[in-house]
Write a protein that binds this ligand. Structure first.
Ligand code: ZN
Length: 365
């Protein structure tokens, strides 16, 4: 308890007491900073504790390396029902239950430029949380942080991992996998809640398989919300654990247009997902993937070197359709495409070489 008191004291020193945002049921309402609780509160009759926590995490802009993260870490730790600890990178870890085999993972940093408070708005028709005049809402991954707190507070036995630095390249989770791999020993399933949309249970990240279809399908069956295995995941923290943990996935958490001022969070969906997760019989969720086995992503198309082009690998008469589809995707997601190329072994000179070869062979005009 001593720790908690100190944390709250520190939070009081730094969090300013001017907050205003929209109450989902009653329209605009001024909220106040509760000195005793160390969190933002509203009259209890209006908003339940789970909703208050959802607002609290989303009203703080919290980019990596910002001073406010210290408050955010304190806040997360004071919300947790069990003792947690921090590593030197800032990741927070705790166990609910003994020797858990499931890890729930979220990152608490956002892509905001500013730090501190932002005003939240709620569209009661769409049941969406959103912001105005801000870089983003930060449901990526505030929604995930909230989900972990909900599961922990409801006693779901698991290891809970709150990572820093996901938005600058999964640095917090990479730190764990590299320097504290014991954190992941005994863990069969690692689940991030850092995926847009409503229906994905990610099976591949960066083109590599990180979770089996059997796992994704059996979890979807348990959730009963029409989720499906999704091989198109880009990457999040659980990708860093894929060499250590059999089933590493990322589940749709109901945000859209993340990393943009138009980001929204479907509050109805996230509450339904929480309730569904509380009903999961984890004994029925299958663990199949072997994390030590190196799999080639998307069947054969990756890890082909420049030399492979000579052996007729790139046959335009077979691949035009696929190329056209991919070209559109690359235009829409250049950053992701660059990541995938780098992962596949193409740095800048290798890419230029290969591109010149394609011109030579008249594969491209
Ligand atoms: Zn994220």
């Amino acid at each position: 308890m001593a720790v908690r008191t100190r944390n709250i004291h520190r939070a009081q020193q730094t969090i300013p007491q001017r907050i205003q945002y929209t109450n989902p049921r009653e329209g605009h309402l001024i909220y106040r900073f509760d000195k005793d609780l160390g969190i933002l509160t509203s009259p209890k009759s209006f908003v339940d504790n789970d909703a208050r926590r959802l607002f609290a995490i989303h009203q703080i802009m919290r980019p990596h390396d910002s001073a406010v993260l210290e408050n955010v870490r304190d806040w997360i730790q004071t919300q947790l029902p069990v003792e947690s600890y921090r590593d030197s990178y800032g990741n927070i870890v705790c166990d609910v239950g003994n020797n858990p085999t499931i890890a729930f993972v979220a990152h608490y940093d956002t892509v905001h430029y500013d730090q501190g408070f932002q005003t939240l708005y709620f569209d009661s028709d769409k049941e969406e949380l959103f912001v105005r005049n801000s870089d983003c809402l930060g449901a990526d991954n505030g929604a995930g942080v909230w989900m972990l707190l909900e599961l922990a507070l409801n006693g779901v036995e698991a290891r809970y991992i709150f990572c820093d630095g996901e938005e600058i390249g999964c640095q917090g989770s990479n730190y764990l996998a590299t320097h504290r791999p014991k954190i992941l020993s005994g863990i069969d399933i690692a689940i991030s809640f850092d995926r847009k949309g409503y229906e994905d249970i990610v099976t591949h990240q960066m083109g590599q398989r990180t979770a089996s279809d059997e796992f994704a399908e059996s979890l979807a069956e348990q959730l009963m919300m029409d989720h499906m295995p999704d091989p198109t995941g880009v990457f999040t923290d659980t990708n860093e654990f894929a060499d250590l943990v059999p089933e590493c996935t990322n589940i749709s958490i109901g945000f859209f247009s993340q990393h943009s001022p138009n980001e929204v969070l479907d509050v109805n969906y996230i509450f339904r997902l929480r309730d569904a997760l509380l009903g999961v019989d984890w004994e029925q969720v299958r663990v199949v993937r072997n994390p030590y086995e190196v799999t080639l992503p998307w069947s054969t198309s990756r890890n082909k070197s420049f030399d492979d082009f000579d052996s007729g690998y790139l046959d335009p008469s077979i691949h035009w359709d696929e190329l056209n589809k991919l070209e559109r995707l690359v235009e829409e997601h250049p950053r992701e495409a660059a990541f995938l190329l780098l992962e596949a072994g193409y740095d800048e000179p290798a890419f230029v070489d290969a591109a010149l070869y394609l011109y030579d062979q008249k594969y491209v005009a």
